[in-house]
Design a protein around this ligand. Sequence first.
Ligand SMILES: *Cc1c(COP(=O)(O)O)cnc(C)c1O
Length: 392
Amino acid sequence: MANPAIEPTPLAGGVPYRLAGCRLTVDLEALATNWRALAGKCRPAETAAVVKADGYGLGLEPVARKLLAAGCATFFVATPSEGVALRGLAPDARIFVLVPMLGDGAETDIAAHGLVPCLNSTSEIAVWESFCGSHGSPLPCAIHVDTGMNRLGLTPAEARAFAEENALTQAIEPVLLMSHLACADEPAHPLNRRQCEAFGLAAAEFKGIETSLANSAGIFLGQDYRFGLVRPGIALYGGQPVTGHPNPMRPVATAEARIVQIRYARAGETVSYGATVTLRRDTIIAACAAGYADGYHRAASGAGVPLRSGDGAGASGFVAGRTVPVLGRVTMDVTLFDVTDCGEGAVGRGDWIELFGPNIPLDEAARAAGTISYELLTSLGARYHRRYVEAA
Ligand SMILES: *Cc1c(COP(=O)(O)O)cnc(C)c1O
Protein backbone atom coordinates (compact mmCIF):
# COMPACT_ATOMS: atom_id res chain seq x y z
CA MET A 1 0.00 0.00 0.00
CA ALA A 2 1.05 3.58 -0.41
CA ASN A 3 2.66 4.92 2.72
CA PRO A 4 -0.13 6.70 4.62
CA ALA A 5 2.46 8.99 6.18
CA ILE A 6 2.90 10.67 2.83
CA GLU A 7 0.45 13.46 2.23
CA PRO A 8 1.07 16.42 -0.01
CA THR A 9 2.33 19.47 1.85
CA PRO A 10 2.68 22.74 -0.01
CA LEU A 11 6.23 23.43 1.12
CA ALA A 12 8.91 21.55 2.97
CA GLY A 13 12.64 21.18 2.79
CA GLY A 14 13.23 23.95 0.29
CA VAL A 15 11.75 22.48 -2.88
CA PRO A 16 8.08 23.37 -3.34
CA TYR A 17 6.14 20.15 -3.47
CA ARG A 18 4.20 21.00 -6.63
CA LEU A 19 7.46 21.74 -8.45
CA ALA A 20 9.34 18.58 -7.47
CA GLY A 21 9.48 15.44 -9.58
CA CYS A 22 10.46 13.23 -6.70
CA ARG A 23 10.00 13.22 -2.97
CA LEU A 24 11.82 11.69 -0.07
CA THR A 25 10.04 10.96 3.18
CA VAL A 26 12.18 10.33 6.24
CA ASP A 27 10.43 8.65 9.15
CA LEU A 28 12.30 10.08 12.12
CA GLU A 29 10.39 7.95 14.59
CA ALA A 30 11.63 4.82 12.81
CA LEU A 31 15.17 6.22 13.01
CA ALA A 32 14.85 6.71 16.77
CA THR A 33 13.30 3.26 17.14
CA ASN A 34 16.22 1.72 15.28
CA TRP A 35 18.73 3.51 17.50
CA ARG A 36 16.91 2.45 20.68
CA ALA A 37 16.71 -1.15 19.48
CA LEU A 38 20.48 -1.29 18.94
CA ALA A 39 21.19 0.54 22.20
CA GLY A 40 19.07 -2.02 24.07
CA LYS A 41 20.72 -4.93 22.30
CA CYS A 42 24.26 -3.69 22.97
CA ARG A 43 23.98 -2.58 26.58
CA PRO A 44 26.20 -2.29 28.61
CA ALA A 45 28.19 -1.14 25.56
CA GLU A 46 27.39 2.43 24.54
CA THR A 47 25.68 2.92 21.18
CA ALA A 48 26.96 5.87 19.15
CA ALA A 49 25.56 6.99 15.78
CA VAL A 50 27.47 7.41 12.55
CA VAL A 51 26.03 10.46 10.76
CA LYS A 52 28.69 11.03 8.10
CA ALA A 53 27.78 12.03 4.54
CA ASP A 54 24.85 14.20 5.64
CA GLY A 55 23.38 11.47 7.80
CA TYR A 56 23.75 8.87 5.01
CA GLY A 57 22.02 11.28 2.64
CA LEU A 58 18.93 11.78 4.79
CA GLY A 59 19.88 15.18 6.25
CA LEU A 60 22.34 15.78 9.08
CA GLU A 61 20.22 18.25 11.00
CA PRO A 62 16.93 16.35 11.40
CA VAL A 63 18.76 13.06 11.84
CA ALA A 64 21.12 14.38 14.53
CA ARG A 65 18.34 16.22 16.37
CA LYS A 66 16.22 13.09 16.51
CA LEU A 67 19.08 10.88 17.67
CA LEU A 68 20.01 13.39 20.38
CA ALA A 69 16.42 13.40 21.57
CA ALA A 70 16.45 9.60 21.61
CA GLY A 71 19.42 9.70 23.97
CA CYS A 72 22.43 9.29 21.69
CA ALA A 73 25.43 11.14 23.14
CA THR A 74 28.31 10.10 20.84
CA PHE A 75 28.55 10.67 17.10
CA PHE A 76 30.98 9.84 14.33
CA VAL A 77 31.40 11.98 11.23
CA ALA A 78 33.86 11.60 8.37
CA THR A 79 35.37 15.04 7.92
CA PRO A 80 36.14 18.07 10.09
CA SER A 81 33.58 20.10 8.10
CA GLU A 82 30.89 17.59 9.04
CA GLY A 83 32.07 17.80 12.64
CA VAL A 84 31.77 21.58 12.70
CA ALA A 85 28.26 21.39 11.25
CA LEU A 86 27.24 18.81 13.85
CA ARG A 87 28.76 20.80 16.69
CA GLY A 88 26.37 23.64 15.79
CA LEU A 89 23.45 21.25 16.39
CA ALA A 90 24.85 19.30 19.32
CA PRO A 91 26.81 21.54 21.69
CA ASP A 92 27.33 18.82 24.31
CA ALA A 93 27.75 15.66 22.22
CA ARG A 94 31.01 13.75 21.81
CA ILE A 95 31.94 14.01 18.15
CA PHE A 96 34.63 11.80 16.63
CA VAL A 97 36.07 12.70 13.22
CA LEU A 98 37.03 9.57 11.28
CA VAL A 99 39.12 11.30 8.60
CA PRO A 100 40.51 14.36 10.39
CA MET A 101 43.00 15.45 7.71
CA LEU A 102 45.52 16.70 10.21
CA GLY A 103 48.55 18.58 9.00
CA ASP A 104 46.83 21.08 6.73
CA GLY A 105 45.51 23.28 9.51
CA ALA A 106 42.40 21.31 10.42
CA GLU A 107 43.77 20.65 13.92
CA THR A 108 43.02 24.24 14.99
CA ASP A 109 39.36 23.98 13.93
CA ILE A 110 39.03 20.50 15.38
CA ALA A 111 40.22 21.75 18.77
CA ALA A 112 38.21 24.98 18.58
CA HIS A 113 35.00 23.01 18.07
CA GLY A 114 35.80 20.37 20.66
CA LEU A 115 35.93 17.57 18.09
CA VAL A 116 37.89 14.38 18.73
CA PRO A 117 40.09 13.32 15.78
CA CYS A 118 40.60 9.63 15.03
CA LEU A 119 44.35 9.47 14.45
CA ASN A 120 44.96 7.14 11.54
CA SER A 121 48.73 7.14 11.15
CA THR A 122 51.95 7.88 13.01
CA SER A 123 52.21 11.14 11.10
CA GLU A 124 48.76 12.23 12.30
CA ILE A 125 49.86 11.35 15.82
CA ALA A 126 52.94 13.52 15.36
CA VAL A 127 50.83 16.45 14.17
CA TRP A 128 48.44 16.10 17.10
CA GLU A 129 51.35 15.83 19.56
CA SER A 130 52.96 18.96 18.27
CA PHE A 131 49.62 20.78 18.19
CA CYS A 132 48.93 19.77 21.80
CA GLY A 133 52.46 20.90 22.70
CA SER A 134 51.86 24.38 21.32
CA HIS A 135 48.37 24.42 22.82
CA GLY A 136 49.83 23.64 26.22
CA SER A 137 47.72 20.60 27.13
CA PRO A 138 47.13 17.06 25.88
CA LEU A 139 43.85 17.09 23.93
CA PRO A 140 41.59 14.05 23.51
CA CYS A 141 41.89 11.86 20.44
CA ALA A 142 41.02 8.38 19.26
CA ILE A 143 43.65 5.95 18.03
CA HIS A 144 42.64 3.93 14.99
CA VAL A 145 44.48 0.61 14.73
CA ASP A 146 44.19 -1.33 11.51
CA THR A 147 43.45 -5.00 12.13
CA GLY A 148 43.07 -6.21 8.56
CA MET A 149 41.21 -3.74 6.40
CA ASN A 150 44.26 -1.81 5.16
CA ARG A 151 42.33 1.41 4.72
CA LEU A 152 43.18 3.71 7.62
CA GLY A 153 44.90 3.19 10.94
CA LEU A 154 48.19 2.34 12.62
CA THR A 155 49.60 -1.13 12.34
CA PRO A 156 49.30 -3.09 15.60
CA ALA A 157 53.08 -2.68 16.08
CA GLU A 158 52.86 1.10 15.62
CA ALA A 159 49.94 1.24 18.04
CA ARG A 160 51.91 -0.72 20.64
CA ALA A 161 54.95 1.54 20.27
CA PHE A 162 52.75 4.61 20.58
CA ALA A 163 51.00 3.26 23.70
CA GLU A 164 54.35 2.68 25.42
CA GLU A 165 55.74 6.05 24.47
CA ASN A 166 52.63 8.08 25.29
CA ALA A 167 52.33 6.37 28.67
CA LEU A 168 55.62 8.11 29.49
CA THR A 169 55.22 11.43 27.70
CA GLN A 170 51.42 11.87 28.01
CA ALA A 171 51.75 14.21 25.07
CA ILE A 172 48.21 13.51 23.87
CA GLU A 173 45.15 12.05 25.52
CA PRO A 174 43.78 8.92 23.81
CA VAL A 175 40.19 8.41 24.94
CA LEU A 176 39.22 5.68 22.47
CA LEU A 177 40.95 2.83 20.67
CA MET A 178 39.09 1.84 17.53
CA SER A 179 39.33 -0.47 14.55
CA HIS A 180 37.04 -1.28 11.63
CA LEU A 181 35.82 -4.65 10.32
CA ALA A 182 36.25 -5.41 6.63
CA CYS A 183 33.73 -8.27 6.30
CA ALA A 184 31.25 -7.86 9.14
CA ASP A 185 28.28 -8.28 6.79
CA GLU A 186 29.52 -11.82 6.00
CA PRO A 187 29.30 -13.53 9.40
CA ALA A 188 31.16 -16.65 8.24
CA HIS A 189 34.16 -14.76 6.88
CA PRO A 190 37.32 -15.84 8.76
CA LEU A 191 38.70 -12.29 8.77
CA ASN A 192 36.07 -11.28 11.35
CA ARG A 193 37.50 -13.52 14.05
CA ARG A 194 41.08 -12.58 13.19
CA GLN A 195 40.31 -8.86 13.41
CA CYS A 196 38.44 -9.30 16.68
CA GLU A 197 41.40 -11.12 18.23
CA ALA A 198 43.91 -8.60 16.93
CA PHE A 199 41.79 -5.80 18.34
CA GLY A 200 41.57 -7.51 21.73
CA LEU A 201 45.38 -7.72 21.82
CA ALA A 202 45.76 -4.07 20.86
CA ALA A 203 43.21 -3.05 23.51
CA ALA A 204 45.30 -4.76 26.16
CA GLU A 205 48.05 -2.23 25.41
CA PHE A 206 45.71 0.71 26.01
CA LYS A 207 44.40 0.04 29.49
CA GLY A 208 41.75 2.35 30.85
CA ILE A 209 40.46 3.79 27.60
CA GLU A 210 37.29 3.01 25.69
CA THR A 211 37.31 0.53 22.83
CA SER A 212 35.22 0.29 19.66
CA LEU A 213 35.20 -2.24 16.82
CA ALA A 214 31.66 -2.85 15.56
CA ASN A 215 29.76 -1.05 12.81
CA SER A 216 26.10 -2.06 12.19
CA ALA A 217 26.93 -5.53 10.93
CA GLY A 218 29.61 -6.00 13.59
CA ILE A 219 26.94 -5.63 16.29
CA PHE A 220 25.21 -8.71 14.87
CA LEU A 221 28.38 -10.82 15.01
CA GLY A 222 27.78 -11.17 18.74
CA GLN A 223 28.75 -9.72 22.04
CA ASP A 224 32.49 -10.40 21.63
CA TYR A 225 32.55 -7.82 18.88
CA ARG A 226 30.84 -5.00 20.76
CA PHE A 227 33.57 -3.92 23.20
CA GLY A 228 32.70 -0.64 24.96
CA LEU A 229 31.22 1.44 22.16
CA VAL A 230 29.45 0.44 18.94
CA ARG A 231 29.28 2.60 15.80
CA PRO A 232 26.19 1.77 13.76
CA GLY A 233 25.39 3.75 10.62
CA ILE A 234 23.35 1.99 7.96
CA ALA A 235 21.16 0.02 10.38
CA LEU A 236 19.91 3.27 11.90
CA TYR A 237 18.74 4.34 8.45
CA GLY A 238 16.92 1.07 7.82
CA GLY A 239 19.57 -0.78 5.82
CA GLN A 240 19.91 -4.52 6.18
CA PRO A 241 22.93 -5.03 8.44
CA VAL A 242 23.78 -8.62 7.51
CA THR A 243 23.70 -9.88 3.92
CA GLY A 244 21.25 -12.70 3.36
CA HIS A 245 19.57 -12.38 6.77
CA PRO A 246 16.14 -10.88 7.43
CA ASN A 247 16.35 -7.16 8.13
CA PRO A 248 15.42 -6.44 11.75
CA MET A 249 15.49 -2.66 11.26
CA ARG A 250 12.52 -0.45 10.41
CA PRO A 251 12.55 1.30 7.03
CA VAL A 252 13.34 4.98 7.46
CA ALA A 253 13.48 6.45 3.95
CA THR A 254 10.84 6.34 1.22
CA ALA A 255 11.74 7.65 -2.23
CA GLU A 256 8.98 8.25 -4.76
CA ALA A 257 8.71 9.73 -8.23
CA ARG A 258 5.78 11.59 -9.72
CA ILE A 259 4.10 10.01 -12.72
CA VAL A 260 4.09 12.70 -15.38
CA GLN A 261 2.67 10.79 -18.34
CA ILE A 262 0.85 7.56 -19.13
CA ARG A 263 1.48 6.22 -22.61
CA TYR A 264 0.23 3.29 -24.61
CA ALA A 265 2.74 1.43 -26.73
CA ARG A 266 2.30 -1.49 -29.09
CA ALA A 267 3.90 -4.90 -29.05
CA GLY A 268 7.03 -4.75 -31.21
CA GLU A 269 7.86 -1.14 -30.37
CA THR A 270 10.99 -0.24 -28.44
CA VAL A 271 11.44 1.89 -25.34
CA SER A 272 13.95 4.51 -24.15
CA TYR A 273 17.51 5.29 -25.24
CA GLY A 274 19.25 2.69 -27.27
CA ALA A 275 15.96 0.90 -28.00
CA THR A 276 17.27 -1.85 -25.76
CA VAL A 277 13.88 -3.35 -24.96
CA THR A 278 11.33 -4.52 -27.51
CA LEU A 279 7.80 -4.82 -26.13
CA ARG A 280 6.34 -8.30 -26.25
CA ARG A 281 2.81 -7.09 -25.61
CA ASP A 282 0.77 -3.92 -25.85
CA THR A 283 2.06 -1.99 -22.85
CA ILE A 284 0.95 0.80 -20.56
CA ILE A 285 3.99 2.88 -19.67
CA ALA A 286 4.23 5.27 -16.72
CA ALA A 287 6.86 7.95 -17.25
CA CYS A 288 8.13 9.12 -13.86
CA ALA A 289 10.09 12.24 -13.00
CA ALA A 290 13.19 10.74 -11.41
CA GLY A 291 16.32 9.48 -13.06
CA TYR A 292 20.00 9.02 -12.55
CA ALA A 293 20.45 12.71 -11.75
CA ASP A 294 18.35 11.97 -8.68
CA GLY A 295 20.49 9.01 -7.72
CA TYR A 296 18.19 6.46 -9.33
CA HIS A 297 21.16 4.78 -10.90
CA ARG A 298 21.33 4.08 -14.60
CA ALA A 299 22.56 0.63 -13.69
CA ALA A 300 18.99 -0.04 -12.46
CA SER A 301 17.78 0.07 -16.07
CA GLY A 302 15.48 -2.69 -17.20
CA ALA A 303 17.82 -3.46 -20.07
CA GLY A 304 20.82 -2.17 -21.95
CA VAL A 305 23.46 -1.51 -19.30
CA PRO A 306 26.50 -3.75 -19.30
CA LEU A 307 27.65 -2.58 -15.86
CA ARG A 308 25.32 -4.65 -13.79
CA SER A 309 26.14 -8.31 -13.57
CA GLY A 310 24.05 -10.94 -11.87
CA ASP A 311 20.43 -9.96 -11.31
CA GLY A 312 19.41 -9.31 -14.90
CA ALA A 313 15.99 -7.84 -14.34
CA GLY A 314 16.67 -4.28 -13.24
CA ALA A 315 14.76 -2.38 -10.61
CA SER A 316 11.07 -2.22 -9.83
CA GLY A 317 8.73 0.41 -8.52
CA PHE A 318 5.53 0.06 -6.53
CA VAL A 319 2.24 1.68 -7.54
CA ALA A 320 -1.46 0.84 -7.27
CA GLY A 321 -0.70 -2.10 -5.02
CA ARG A 322 1.72 -3.74 -7.44
CA THR A 323 5.41 -4.14 -8.04
CA VAL A 324 6.16 -2.99 -11.59
CA PRO A 325 9.45 -3.25 -13.55
CA VAL A 326 11.59 -0.49 -15.01
CA LEU A 327 11.35 -0.56 -18.80
CA GLY A 328 14.54 0.03 -20.76
CA ARG A 329 17.18 2.51 -19.76
CA VAL A 330 16.84 4.89 -16.84
CA THR A 331 17.49 8.39 -18.18
CA MET A 332 18.74 11.52 -16.45
CA ASP A 333 15.37 12.88 -15.38
CA VAL A 334 12.80 10.27 -16.35
CA THR A 335 12.35 6.56 -15.68
CA LEU A 336 9.78 4.38 -17.46
CA PHE A 337 7.81 1.64 -15.71
CA ASP A 338 5.62 -1.07 -17.21
CA VAL A 339 2.28 -0.61 -15.41
CA THR A 340 0.24 -2.81 -17.74
CA ASP A 341 -0.52 -5.33 -15.00
CA CYS A 342 -2.06 -2.63 -12.82
CA GLY A 343 -4.90 -2.51 -15.35
CA GLU A 344 -6.35 0.19 -17.55
CA GLY A 345 -6.98 3.42 -15.62
CA ALA A 346 -5.46 2.19 -12.35
CA VAL A 347 -2.45 4.49 -12.59
CA GLY A 348 -2.65 8.11 -13.65
CA ARG A 349 -0.66 11.25 -14.14
CA GLY A 350 0.08 12.85 -10.77
CA ASP A 351 0.25 9.54 -8.92
CA TRP A 352 3.49 8.66 -7.16
CA ILE A 353 5.48 5.52 -7.67
CA GLU A 354 7.63 4.18 -4.85
CA LEU A 355 11.29 3.63 -5.77
CA PHE A 356 12.15 2.23 -2.37
CA GLY A 357 10.44 2.31 0.99
CA PRO A 358 7.90 0.13 2.79
CA ASN A 359 7.09 -1.96 -0.33
CA ILE A 360 10.39 -2.03 -2.20
CA PRO A 361 13.11 -2.70 0.37
CA LEU A 362 16.04 -0.31 0.15
CA ASP A 363 18.46 -3.20 -0.15
CA GLU A 364 16.48 -4.74 -3.00
CA ALA A 365 16.46 -1.46 -4.92
CA ALA A 366 20.20 -1.20 -4.36
CA ARG A 367 20.86 -4.78 -5.47
CA ALA A 368 18.86 -4.19 -8.63
CA ALA A 369 21.23 -1.35 -9.45
CA GLY A 370 24.30 -3.48 -8.74
CA THR A 371 25.10 -1.53 -5.59
CA ILE A 372 24.45 -1.34 -1.85
CA SER A 373 21.99 0.56 0.33
CA TYR A 374 24.75 2.94 1.45
CA GLU A 375 25.39 4.16 -2.07
CA LEU A 376 21.70 4.47 -2.91
CA LEU A 377 21.07 6.68 0.13
CA THR A 378 24.17 8.81 -0.20
CA SER A 379 23.53 9.49 -3.87
CA LEU A 380 19.97 10.78 -3.43
CA GLY A 381 19.99 13.96 -5.45
CA ALA A 382 19.25 17.57 -4.62
CA ARG A 383 15.95 17.59 -6.54
CA TYR A 384 14.10 15.53 -3.95
CA HIS A 385 11.39 17.33 -2.03
CA ARG A 386 12.32 16.20 1.45
CA ARG A 387 9.81 15.63 4.21
CA TYR A 388 10.47 14.61 7.77
CA VAL A 389 7.62 12.90 9.53
CA GLU A 390 7.20 11.54 13.02
CA ALA A 391 4.64 8.87 12.07
CA ALA A 392 4.54 6.15 14.69
C1 LIG B 1 30.98 4.29 8.05
C2 LIG B 1 31.65 3.69 9.23
C3 LIG B 1 30.90 3.07 10.24
C4 LIG B 1 29.43 2.77 10.11
O1 LIG B 1 29.28 1.63 9.29
P1 LIG B 1 27.85 0.97 8.97
O2 LIG B 1 28.20 -0.23 8.18
O3 LIG B 1 27.10 1.98 8.19
O4 LIG B 1 27.21 0.68 10.26
C5 LIG B 1 31.57 2.67 11.39
N1 LIG B 1 32.91 2.84 11.51
C6 LIG B 1 33.66 3.39 10.54
C7 LIG B 1 35.13 3.53 10.73
C8 LIG B 1 33.07 3.82 9.38
O5 LIG B 1 33.81 4.34 8.38
